[in-house]
Design a protein around this ligand. Sequence first.
Ligand SMILES: [Zn+2]
Length: 472
Amino acid sequence: MSKRYARLVLAVVLAFALAVGPAASAKTPDCSEPGCAHVAAIGTTHYDTVAEALADVPASASEPATVQLLKPTNESITIATGKSVVLDLNGQKLTDNGVDHTITNNGTLVIQGSGTVDCETHARGALVNYGTCTISGGTLTRSQEAGTEGNANGNSWYVVDNHGMLTVTGGKIFNTSTYSSLLRNLGTLNVNGGEFENGGIVIKNDEDSGNSKIGVLNMTAGTVKATSTNGQAVQNWATATIQGGTLTGQVIGWSYEGVSSTLTIKDGAINGNLFAVDFDGKGTDTASVKVEGGTVTGMVNTGAYSNGAIQVGAESNSSISLTGGVFTHSVDVFRSGLAEFRDPGKVLISLKGGTGIRVGDESSAAASVYFRRGDFIPDGFVAYYESLQDALDGAGKEADPETNYEGVVTALKTPEDGTVVVPDGAVLTVGDQEYGAGSYVVKSGALQKQEPVSETPATSTGRPNPSTGVRF
Ligand SMILES: [Zn+2]
C-alpha cells in the first residue's frame, strides 16, 4: 500500500466518522485508560465534551447527576430546563467558547469542588442563572476583565447574572472591575457563605420593574468586599436584608424616579459607610434604610446623587431609621447629617423606638456618654469613647440650653493623672462621685476642682425643641 493510498483511506474513514456524527464516539463507558483525553465524566463513563455529558443526563430525574470535569476546557455549557446537575469542578478550569456565557442554567445546578469557572469574553458572564443554582465551591471570575470607572475598555460584564434562585454557601466570586458589578441580582439571591470581591460594585441588587423583576437579597453569612475607595459592597435598588456576614465597602440603598428600595440591617458587620441616596433627586420615591442591629463603622446618613457623586446630607426623600445597632463612628456624624433636616415635617432621619443605640466599642472605652433623645429614642443611646475628655467634649456638644439637656458621662476606667474639663451641660460620674462643669486636676484617680465656676441650675425636662418639635 502506497503512502498516498493510505492517506486516501484515512480521509475516507474520517469522512465516514463525521457523516455518522460525533455521538458515535462521544461516550466511552467504563473508561479506565490512565491519563485519557476525555474532558468530563459521569461516574466511570467519560465524554469528549461537557455538553455531551450534560446531554446524557435525563430530564426529570429524581436524583441529580454529577458531571465531573476531567480536563481544563474551553466550552460554554447550558443546563436544560428540567435537568438536575451537580457540576464538580474537580480542580479543573472551565472557560467560555468565546461566544456565549460560560454556564447558562435553566434547570437545577450545584457548582461544587475546587476549580475555576472563567469567562474571557466581553459582555458575557461565568454564570447566568434562570433556574435554581447553588454555588458551594470553586472560583467564578472574568480573568480578562478590563473595565475601569466609566469605561468597559472592550471587555467587561457581570461575573454572575441571576434571574432565578441563587444560593451561595461557599466558593469565591471574584473580579477587579470598577465598570461592571460583580453580581447582578434580578431574582432571589441567598448569601449564606462564600466570598465576593470586586473593585467597584460587588452585589447589585437590581430591579427591572418594566419586566416585573425585583431583586430580593438575603444575606446571613459570608464576606462581600469592594476594594476601590468608592466601591459598594451592596448597591440596593430593590429589597435587601442583611442578617449576618461581613461587608467591606459602602452599603447604599438607592431610589430612582419610579423605584423605591428597602434595605434592612438586622445583624452582621458593615465596614464602611451606610447611606440612603436619592439618585436623580426627584424625590417622589424613597430609598429606605433600616438598622435594627449589627455594627457599622462608617458614616450613617442620607443624601442625594448629583455632579457624579453622593452629596452626603443633601436634602432628599431618603430615609434612615435606627432602632438598634452598634456604630463606631463619631456621634457628630449623626448630628451633622441630622442638622440639615430641622424643618418641621422634614425629619428625614427618624430615630424612633427600639432599645437604644450604642456608638463605639464598649470593651476598650475610657468613658461612656448617655444621650437621652426624648421622643426620638425613648431609651436614649450610649456612646463609648476611647478618652475621657473626648466623652466630655461629646457630651458638651450635645448639651442644649433650649431643652435643658445634660449629657451624663460615666468614667469606665480610673481617670489618668492630668486635667479634665467638664463642659457646661455635662455631668461626670466617677465611681459614686458626680462632678459638674469645671476644670479638674486628676491625681491617683481623684478629681480636685481647679477653679470655681458659676453654677448653672440643672433642670431637665426632656422637652422637645418647641420651635421645631424635634431636638437635634
Ligand atoms: Zn477517559
